[in-house]
Ligand binder design. Structure first.
Ligand code: SAJ
Length: 408
């Protein structure tokens, strides 16, 4: 039975998890090093956009089931959901996991469950246990349980997918896996699949690598088709009529904090073997430069061209700019086309993001104005808001459509 859970890291995954546990009547201490986030959460505010999350947080805070603070507290179970960025050599940076674990260690009595949710390279759950035993060697023979339970929720659908998705739970021991399964069963209606910790760690990396490899295939096709004078969108639509073919969609590159990162954890663990996974990463990382070259080619010979940049988010219908290829393309164009007027359009945010603010050749512009003024229209995100646009507005303009929005 879990009556008190401590969730360390109140970001895109930790906060929704804390709030959904509290919704089951479990007392939750949420922990974050960011004092501003802690203060906001205690007032029922969510420091980022995620549909329905705020209602859960408000209710949990009002019922006094969720309290945020900067230090962990004693609890029956701890969930660590902190970032795992990568180092310059693309190996995983476990320093946040280590710091969170060291902060938890003094509060342990010997029979708690510790769950690592952060996406991690194989062996990270074991590393977490090692850190605990370095801090608390006297607990080595106690009944601490360590498990990995990777998150799988899609930003924008987190509150639904937290409940509905199946979950993989991998324990350092079978008892630890069973204990973690019991915790996740309190709110997860999907199937809970038990395994060992290393397989669970790898499963998460493999899921995102599967997607990365398939997007790389689509991105490579788009470059091949451009060379051969074939409409890639029509081609993919036709090929996908085959009952066993399901090609994904090309784009300006792969963004977000997961798919563009996680495959590197596999590559850095087994560099000689992970050849396809590495190639996919390289292909997807190179796509923004290809788009930039296309825009420059379209601008060739134009004096002070006006360029509409349609969308800055990393994928459709969200305001999330993390690792967004659209944003990096916009910033690079601002550097490389100083005489152009770049009209940045992003209906989901209120003002120019930091990466573009203060640049004299970039203006935050409303959709219709940008298209009306532009010589070149660059579609970077397939937001629903753009899908309603009348293609006639594009007449006489050069088009670089990375998302196939105007595919005809
Ligand atoms: N993209 C394409 N073409 C496609 C599909 C996606 O270019 O056909 C691009 C998107 O535009 C975006 C990037 O890929 O830039 C990633 O978007 P996404 O919607 O595929 O995935 P994320 O990063 O939002 O969330 C993924 C999900 N993983 C999988 O679908 C296997 C999610 O379930 C994970 O929980 C999440 O990563 C995570 O946190 O790991």
């Amino acid at each position: 039975m879990f009556s008190h859970v401590c969730v360390v890291g109140l970001g895109y995954i930790g906060l929704p998890t804390a709030a959904i546990l509290a919704a089951q009547g479990i007392r939750v201490t949420g922990v974050d090093v960011n004092e501003r986030s802690v203060a906001e959460i205690n007032q029922g505010h969510v420091p980022f956009v995620e549909p329905d999350l705020e209602a859960f947080v408000v209710s949990a805070v009002n019922r006094e089931l969720l309290t945020a603070q900067t230090e962990p507290a004693p609890a029956d179970a701890f969930i660590v959901a902190v970032p795992t960025p990568f180092h310059a050599d693309k190996s995983a940076d476990l320093s946040y996991i280590e710091a969170a674990t060291r902060a938890i260690a003094p509060h342990l009595t010997g029979n708690e469950l510790l769950v690592l949710e952060s996406t991690s390279p194989p062996g990270a759950t074991e590393f977490m246990a090692d850190v605990v035993f370095q801090e608390r060697p006297e607990l080595k023979d106690a009944d601490l349980k360590f498990a990995h339970c990777p998150e799988r929720v899609l930003p924008g659908r987190v509150m639904t997918e937290l409940v509905e998705n199946d979950r993989i739970v991998g324990g350092l021991t079978p008892e630890a896996a069973e204990a973690a399964a019991e915790l996740y069963r309190t709110f997860c209606k999907g199937e809970i699949l038990l395994t060992d910790a290393k397989t669970a760690e790898m499963a998460k990396l493999v899921e995102n690598s599967f997607r990365d490899v398939n997007i790389a295939f689509a991105n490579e096709l788009s470059i091949i088709c451009d060379k051969l004078g074939i409409n890639v969108w029509e081609l993919i639509e036709l090929a996908n009529h085959h009952p066993r073919v399901n090609i994904l969609q090309p784009g300006p590159g792969v963004g977000g904090h997961c798919i563009a990162v996680d495959p590197w954890f596999i590559v850095s663990a087994v560099p000689d073997e992970a050849r396809l996974i590495r190639s996919a990463r390289t292909i997807n990382d190179a796509k923004p430069q290809w788009v930039i070259d296309q825009v420059k080619a379209a601008a060739y010979g134009l004096d002070q061209p006006a360029v509409a940049l349609m969308g800055l988010a990393f994928k459709p219908n969200i305001d999330d700019l993390r690792e967004s290829p659209a944003l990096s393309i916009a910033a690079q164009l601002a550097d490389e086309m100083p005489t152009a007027r770049l009209l940045a359009v992003e209906p989901h945010i209120e003002e120019l993001p930091k990466a573009l603010a203060g640049r004299s050749n970039v203006a935050f512009t409303q959709t219709e104005d940008a298209i009306a003024t532009a010589d070149i229209v660059v579609v970077l995100v397939d937001h629903d808001a753009f899908k309603q646009l009348d293609p006639e507005l594009l007449e006489g303009k050069a088009l670089v459509d990375t998302r196939g929005l105007f595919r005809a």
